[in-house]
Design a protein around this ligand. Structure first.
Ligand code: SF4
Length: 352
């Protein structure tokens, strides 16, 4: 896939070979500002690269600015229908706006693009299967991949006609096949960076699977520049899932990666509990450290060899490996702090 055009928002590059960035969206309204701000800061701390909030009315302007000023990551204003809100959001410090240009007339769209150009604010064309234009629904009979791609193309052209090309594009659907196909069609002829996502993907478990299939399939094809895993859950879950998704494709080089076996009758330790505890409690480690947690010596040492550090159950205790080297035997009661010390040591070496 040819590299896409690069856009930059508050110092974060998207497209043109930049690292795939992770996006999320706040789920708390401006009317509960303190809570909203805590959520936004927690998302930033967790690794969200670009954050979006709804900008539903003119009263959003003041809290939007306050929120944006308290963050160091870009804050995107989500606007659906009203060009005046787009203008207000940009004046309130929005680093990017998400609109559908087809929802406004050309005169007002020009006012919006002139303002965006003057302020160097990119626009995301956000097409959604649930809100396709009526004529496309009539033409295709129902939402389809072709209709989504055509809608995106049409909206992009509206911006291009106004000499605006600081654009990112998304074509989201809850149907994974439709979403994947729409991006594939669109990516063939478009230079613009693509924001990937399966919309209304569902709760943590089903949404994680659907997003991983859809976003993962496209990333494996070399399509996609920034992602949002959309979950019916605390948005922090979206960040953690996105990090694992990208890490599993070799596209994210921060944080721990746990390699663990499903266990079987050969297991003599509770390695399921250990793997889950490690994943949860070592989240704060910033460097990319691969940790193998294996149930027995059948595959344990082999996997440990691929990892930076590994533990394998053996006769009711754990054996700690670094590469091919056995470091020591450890009782299950002591494994967590000793494994943590090894991981911290490896992380320190990697950060230096
Ligand atoms: S590593 Fe050992 S315990 Fe784990 S699944 Fe394989 S054989 Fe079973």
């Amino acid at each position: 896939m040819a590299s896409t055009k690069q856009i930059v928002t508050r110092g974060i590059a998207v497209g043109g070979g930049a690292p795939i960035s992770i996006q999320s969206m706040c789920s708390i309204p401006f009317s509960r500002f303190e809570e909203l701000q805590s959520q936004a800061l927690a998302l930033q701390e967790a690794g969200c690269d670009i954050l979006r909030v709804s900008f539903p009315d003119m009263e959003s302007a003041e809290p939007f600015r306050r929120l944006r000023d308290s963050l160091s990551i870009p804050l995107v204003a989500d606007i659906h229908y009203d060009w005046r809100l787009a203008m207000e959001a940009m004046k309130s410090g929005a680093d990017k706006i998400r609109i559908n240009p087809g929802n406004t007339d050309k005169t007002h769209l020009k006012i919006v693009t002139d303002e965006a150009k003057a302020r160097k604010i990119p626009i995301r064309v956000g097409v959604n299967a649930g809100s396709l234009e009526k004529d496309l629904l009539a033409e295709y009979g129902k939402p389809t991949a072709e209709a989504l791609a055509k809608s995106a193309q049409r909206n992009v052209e509206l911006l291009e006609q106004l000499d605006f090309d600081d654009i990112a594009v998304s074509m989201k659907a809850s149907d994974v096949r439709m979403m994947v196909e729409a991006y594939r069609i669109f990516a063939k002829d478009s230079p613009y960076p693509l924001h990937l996502g399966v919309t209304e993907a569902g709760t943590v478990r089903s949404g994680t699977v659907k997003s991983s299939v859809g976003i993962g399939a496209l990333l494996l094809d070399g399509i996609g520049d920034t992602i949002r895993v959309s979950l019916t859950a605390d948005p922090l879950e979206e960040i953690e899932t996105a990090k694992i998704l990208l890490r599993s494709l070799g596209l994210y080089d921060r944080g721990i990666e746990v390699i663990s076996c499903p266990t079987c009758g050969r297991t003599t330790v509770n390695s399921i509990e250990l793997a889950n505890t490690v994943e949860r409690e070592f989240e704060d480690i910033r460097a990319h450290v691969k940790i193998a947690v294996m149930g027995c010596v059948v595959n344990g040492p082999g996997e440990a060899k691929q990892a930076d550090v590994g533990v394998t159950g053996a006769n009711g205790e754990y054996v700690l490996f670094r590469g091919e080297k056995i470091i020591r035997h450890i009782s299950p009661d002591n494994i967590l702090p000793l494994l943590r010390a090894e991981v911290e040591d490896i992380a320190k070496g990697k950060m230096n």
